[in-house]
Design a protein around this ligand. Sequence first.
Ligand code: ANZ
Length: 834
Amino acid sequence: RPYAEVIEELETGVQGLWASWNVNAVDLDTSREKRRYVLGMFPYPSGKPHLGHILVYSIADALARLGRFKGEEVLNPLGWDAFGLPAENAAIQNDARPEEWTATNIHDMRQQIYRTGFSFDPTRELNTSSPDFYRWTQWLFLKLYEHGHAYRTLSWVNWDPVDGTVLANEQVIDGRGWRSGAVIERRQMEQWSLRITQFAQELHDGLDELTGWSPRALSAQRSWIGRSEGAEITFAIEGTGHTVDVFSTRPETVFGASSITLAPEHPLTLELVSPEEAAKVSEYIQVSLRKTELDRQTQNTKTGVRLGRNAIHPITGDRIPIFVSDYVLSTYGSGAIMNVPAHDQRDFEFATAHDLPIPFVILPPNGQFPMAKPDRAYTGDGIMTGSGELDGLSNSAASDAAIAMLSERGVGKASVRFRLRDWSIGRQRYWGCPIPMLESPTGEWRPVPYDQLPVRLPTDVVFGVAGARSPLATSEKFRIVQTPEGEILRREVDTMDTFMDSAWYAWRFLAGSTDEAWPLSHADNWMPLDYYVGGLEHASQHLLYFRYISHFLHSIGFTPTREPVRRFLDSGLIKLGGAKMSKSKGNTVSPRDIIADYGADALRLCLLADTPFELDREWNVKTAAAKMKFLSSVWRLGGQIARTTDGRVITEAPNVSDDWSVGALAMLSEFAEAIEAAVDQRRSFHNAVALLHSFFNVIAHLTTEVGESEARAEVLNFIFQSYLKGLGLFAPHVAEALWQATTCGAGSLFSQPWVPHLQVSRSSAEVQLPVQVNGKLLTVVSVAAPSPDEELREVLPDLVGERLSSALEAGHLERVVVARGTDGRPRLVNYVVR
Ligand code: ANZ
């Protein structure tokens, strides 16, 4: 029957076979030498998978299936990142239970994802919101606590004064609460934080090892960690015993400092302010605290007010004014800066707005500065001037000299700072992992003993109670704990940031049958991940937390390597009409609809075709239709071949010596090597899909030449069976169905070994060269292997004959493309005729 009529039946039927044969099962205790851990970032169960998910899992699936063909034990699991705000919002708005909302969504989403035919082992599925998982998230928290990585500190939160609750960033819309519409205040609250900064240097250095990551992912990590070398310089404050340390990456410009500026949150700001300026300064601080850090960094006007007090320049002894300004962040460096307006653009704008002197201390090579009225800072290199003993040095040499000078006088020292902040993990939310800590009446914190985990989420909570720190606080049964000794303790009512769940789930897929988070032997066998596939948007936060937890686990002996991910494959976006597909834009395409119209195989081929996976691609439903058409041809030809064969699995290449067979097998061998290299070495999935098309054309051509020859039929059948393995990486359903048809049920295609390395004794002097016109195969000819492009162009018209000349006469020859293999031998020639 025609392919279009059987897709649904074929795909679900084949999935039934896989399930009954258990082909996707993984043995974590395998004795196989080679193991491959492939992971696509697990989805948030919103209920609807989107095409981006399908793209990610299609990539992971091809890598997983190739590993199995190559005889490796492959772990390719699926899980659910199931805690988070939407479930809680649904609970508040629709009176639904978050766990029911989540379970329904997982159910729907699982059906759709499994319908696409990925080779997940269903027995390894996990769900971060199940007690069976979060028990171990709590275990991890306690490990962090035990090793001094978890501590309580003040952190900023969004406070909704009308609802009397803390809001997540996503619940603040244009500065207002999502339900109350009230202007949101920023408040400080004590909560749990993790000491990721303790590993800042290691996390920075570790990036050098990650040669399997894309440059853009590495640079996202690098800028998030934000390592800066510079100096700390100490300014004494006139008339007080205080000093202020500033951090500068340009200590050589110290002679150009015409003021110092503190962040609004700096502990000394209110202490140093003069009585006359106090009212103005506190008002300024109030306004600043309402702004987010991002707003403060991106605002155009550099506002600020004077504290009415002076600092003493540590080298010149000059008196310079002190300001407070919100472009200085409290969370970076020391929360205070020296303003060097001549050489820093932000300081230049600030100085211009506040009428401060702009002393130039670096002379540009072209001598253009200093001008009487400069219009911007000079941030380039040059020779030091007006800088005492630094004069005449280049600014780069002056940097070290300045640090030496400052430390000699005891007013400064070299310093390395990181942009990375400790990770504040407390959330005043319900649908997250409870933090397993207890507070005594005297305010000491104690860990819940390991043997009392999990601390279960209470179900008797009330949402939106004004004044309650979090929904968990409304459950008395949860909040108040009596110890066997009769002591009354208060339970922590915050839950953990959901990034905590995703920071360690990769290990939980390695769980064994014993009662522990994962057996160490499994971590030794399987970590680090060989391939991690997901969106670039996770290249900063999630992957940094994941790496941190891995560095931590390594430091306490729970995982074999510091780095958890050998190769990170960051896929591009799928766009519609130039815009990223998103629910808010209403331009999403549902995988379910595409599968209903064209089948899962066509969808998968279509998502990977034409564009390298790491680039953004435009969704085009015509491509899905084209892929279905292609699969129809494969289906038709496969049916034809199946009818001419005796249903044997041909594992060895037939022993042949005639030119036709040798040439045909040589092309198969090149195809198998090329597709393996495209997937495993170059991760060039679009090239692999193109190879499936071009080699199919070759097979179709060979079919016309088989005639009555049984030997040729045998060779053709072997080639076709081998082709199905390549096809199966991307279109596993149709490949499996045709495998069943040509072999009459010899077990699954995916339990077979990869195409054997063929010892075809083709003359090394000759290659079989497919000749195409506009991508359509005309014929295959035999040519001398070392032929240069010029020579090929000369001989081909004669070799191919009339069919080529008439095709060339039909239009205008634009170009002749000669594709060559890595060995330099020609592999394909395409005439582009318009
Ligand atoms: C004087 C100076 C002169 C600076 C100059 C730059 C250029 P990165 O490279 O990002 O580390 N800075 C320090 N702490 C800050 C804070 N808490 N908020 C805002 N800005 C802060 O940036 C380091 C530079 O950013 C520091 O070097 C400091 O300005 C500023 F020609 O000091 B510089």
